[in-house]
Ligand binder design. Structure first.
Ligand code: UD1
Ligand code: CA
Length: 460
């Protein structure tokens, strides 16, 4: 397409009642403005410029790789475009102008808008829609011949125009050269004392330049997020869109209303997602997995045939046919190799659990390298932190770690070695050996019987 895009994101968003700038609010973990940037890129816009203002530092931090220009003070949408003029110098042809608070706009619509301008040669094309309740929106005013004549802001409407339900969505495609040639002629003689970008339409018309419009019959697509109610509405629309695409591609969802998937997540075929499952960030899920119920997976790679039940998985790799949960917590740097198991109430961090190895119950494994076919007994803990530094635990293939072993790192358990249940193992255990650290047990004959009879005589 070769167009450039300008995204207006300097507004404060007072109705959000927030210390965070409006466009920094997240939907499915991604800041609102990012959706707009991504849609512009997906539509083929090579150059993207974002106008920031309110909370500019916070917004720019979310847009590391993008060009941002600051609008200070903020004197309206027309003024915002003026602030971007030098950043866009050299742009000829189509300039798409979008609002940073419209995260539902589709790339295909942006493309359609630019193509309409390019095929008609119009100086501007406006994306319009018709709303049952147009309150607050700029209205589309047409000539008697039905041509787009002007956009009039709600606060500037004549009483006779109040009934117009066709509105400006705030999405445009301009001929960049023509726009910047006329932009400085905007004035702020209106109800809000602002430089309105929307006034370019009547200005172009008065110059005899052609303007056109394209409409969308999906008002959800152009929903502007101005409050937290609309933020939730936008999230719901995105959830439905994303879940529908996955279901059509072969993913089963028992209840799609209770499954939340971020836009960048990829999922294979014949995956089953049970209720209350969230897949966030850059997560990838291969074929034949069953995830949930009650599971959150973030920035993780899940291989084929994995089961994750009621667990939290963050920054982990879960190998083929591995099993997680219920109530496991896999933290960043965890790698479960094929057929490994992190079972009930098990926390693992920055560790590798080799093929077929199992940590079935109530354990903490941190900074460990565990070989293949190792069995880690219930209640085992790697004591990896001495209050200053973290130390590694290394366990060789085929080792058997007895229940309630404290592995005081740094420590190495050799291949095929065993540790006795209840041992605090602070010294290396050689391959094939038994490491046991336990006080000898003493049995006191008759102790319990005596205690019980003493109690019953007290009670009489
Ligand atoms: C704007 C349009 C209106 C349209 C509506 C659609 C104008 C004058 N009006 O109104 O016709 O129906 O969008 O949602 O354009 N912004 C800046 N700098 C500013 C002011 C705004 O960057 O000085 C940004 C905002 O952050 C926002 C976008 O421009 O992303 C639109 O501004 P907003 O104040 O929300 O305009 P509306 O009153 O909604
Ligand atoms: Ca708005």
């Amino acid at each position: 397409m070769g167009a450039a895009a300008l995204i207006l994101a300097a507004g404060e968003g007072t109705r959000m009642k927030s210390s965070l700038p409006k466009v920094a609010h997240r939907i499915l973990g991604i800041p609102m403005v990012r959706y707009v940037v991504d849609a512009a890129r997906a539509a083929g816009c090579e150059q993207v410029v974002v106008v920031t203002g309110h909370g500019a530092d916070a917004v720019e931090a979310l847009l590391e790789d993008e060009t941002c220009v600051r609008q200070e003070p903020r004197l309206g949408t027309g003024h915002a475009v003026m602030c971007a003029e030098s950043a866009l110098s050299g742009v000829t042809g189509s300039l798409v102008v979008l609002s940073g608070d419209s995260p539902l706009l589709r790339a295909s619509t942006i493309k359609r808008l630019a193509e309409a301008r390019e095929s008609s040669g119009a100086a501007a094309v406006v994306l319009t829609t018709t709303l049952d309740d147009p309150t607050g929106y700029g209205r589309i005013v047409r000539s008697s011949a039905g041509e787009l004549a002007a956009i009039v802001e709600h606060k500037d409407l004549d009483p006779a125009q109040l009934g117009i339900t066709e509105v400006n969505t705030g999405t445009y495609c301009f001929d960049a050269a023509v726009l910047f040639e006329h932009l400085r002629r905007l004035d702020n003689g209106n109800a809000q004392g602002e430089y309105y970008l929307t006034d370019m339409i009547s200005l172009f018309r008065s110059e005899g330049l052609s303007v056109a419009d394209v409409s969308t019959d999906d008002p959800l697509e152009t929903l502007g997020v101005n409050s937290r109610v609309q933020l939730a509405e936008a999230a719901k629309v995105l959830q439905r869109r994303i879940n529908r695409d996955h279901m059509l591609a072969g993913v089963t969802m028992t209840d799609p209303d209770l499954v939340w998937i971020a836009p960048s997540v990829t999922i294979g075929r014949d995956v089953i997602l049970e209720p209350m499952t969230m897949l966030m960030g850059t997560t990838t899920v291969a074929d034949d997995c069953v995830l949930g119920p009650d599971t959150r997976v973030t920035d993780s790679a899940i291989f084929a045939g994995v089961t994750i039940d009621a667990s939290v998985v963050v920054g982990a790799t879960v190998g083929e046919a591995a099993h997680v949960g219920p109530r496991a917590y896999l933290r960043p740097g965890t790698v479960l190799e094929a057929r490994a198991k992190a079972g009930t109430c098990v926390e693992i961090k920055n560790s590798v659990l080799g093929e077929g190895s199992k940590v079935p119950h109530l354990s903490y494994i941190g900074d460990a390298t565990i070989g293949n076919d190792v069995n880690v007994g219930a209640g085992t803990i790697t004591c990896n932190y001495d209050g200053t530094s973290k130390h590694r635990t290394v366990i060789g293939d085929g080792a058997f770690i007895g229940s309630d072993t404290m592995l005081v790192a740094p420590v190495t358990i050799g291949e095929g070695a065993t540790t006795g249940a209840g041992s605090a193992i602070a010294k290396d255990v050689p391959a094939g050996a038994l490491g046991i650290e336990r006080c000898e047990q003493r049995n006191v004959d008759g102790w319990s019987t005596r205690k019980r009879s003493a109690r019953s005589s007290d009670e009489q």
